[in-house]
Design a binder for this molecule. Structure first.
Ligand code: ADP
Ligand code: MG
Length: 243
């Protein structure tokens, strides 16, 4: 039984402007099954972030097809896209993107405020605390981002990505601004979330970081040049529980 959460066919993205065209993605095709932990690796400029923007439904391709949970992404209205990004996808970025003048609690609350007719305050509070507990940050609920270390900021950002219990978490260079110890901690959290059933798609330029995934897709000049299972794959096959 295979269930594709992501299926892309011949995806191309050309950035224009000032007469100079950049072919950031050049005919990329692959599928990702529900529950996989995939790393997308490649040197700077190889198209990793562009690919993540497209499969994260933040941008549209120049050509090619993208099926999200089996549905052609062209069929989604802007409203539906916004809803999917809020409910089914969690994003984690290299620069954390936390709001500086709000608390840890309020940062994690943000995705819940998007949906105004959602459950009451108490229910939201429970979700926020649970998400912060998953990343071992519930003791810092009233802190502001500038009172946290880089690793702690990224853990809060992961809690924010997690608060709506998304099917997929996209993480673009999540350890890029962290020291190695904090980086390993972030990778271990992503592995734990994967074991809980979340599909994880990680972008990195570090081979070491990529080895935390079960599968590594390697990019160069906008193309996929390899797609291989890591040693974690066998372990995952035996232990994984799908959501
Ligand atoms: P990576 O994340 O692997 O470093 P990117 O996807 O960010 O690569 O970039 C791929 C190529 O597309 C690069 O040559 C980059 O300069 C170009 N590019 C990325 N975003 C834009 C944009 N918004 N406008 C124009 N060119 C872009
Ligand atoms: Mg990038």
């Amino acid at each position: 039984m295979s269930e594709f959460i992501i299926q892309v066919k011949n995806l191309t993205k050309i950035y224009g402007g000032d007469g100079v065209e950049t072919r950031a993605l050049d005919g990329v095709s692959f599928t990702i099954q529900k529950g996989e932990f995939v790393a997308i690796i490649g040197p700077s400029g190889s198209g990793k972030s562009t690919l993540m923007q497209l499969i994260g439904l933040l941008d549209r391709p120049t050509s090619g097809e993208y099926f999200f949970e089996g549905e052609n992404s062209l069929n989604f209205s802007e409203n539906e896209l916004a809803n999917i990004r809020n409910k089914k996808i969690g994003f984690v970025f290299q620069t954390f993107n936390l709001l500086p003048r709000t608390t840890v609690f309020e940062n994690v609350e943000l995705p819940l405020l998007y949906d105004r007719h959602l459950s009451g305050k108490e229910k939201n509070k429970e979700k926020i605390i649970k998400a912060l507990e998953e990343v071992m940050m519930s003791h810092r609920i009233g802190h502001h981002p500038n009172q946290l270390s880089g690793g702690e900021k990224q853990r809060v950002a992961i809690a924010r990505a997690l608060v709506n219990n998304p099917d997929i978490i996209f993480a673009d260079e999540p350890t890029g601004n962290l020291d190695s110890k904090a980086g390993v901690q972030v990778m271990k959290i992503l592995q734990k979330l994967n074991h809980q059933g979340h599909t994880i798609i990680l972008v990195t330029h570090e081979n070491y970081t990529a080895q935390h995934a079960q599968r590594v897709i390697e990019m160069k000049d906008g193309k996929i040049i390899s797609d291989k299972k890591t040693e974690n794959q066998a372990k995952a096959r035996d232990g994984i529980r799908l959501k």
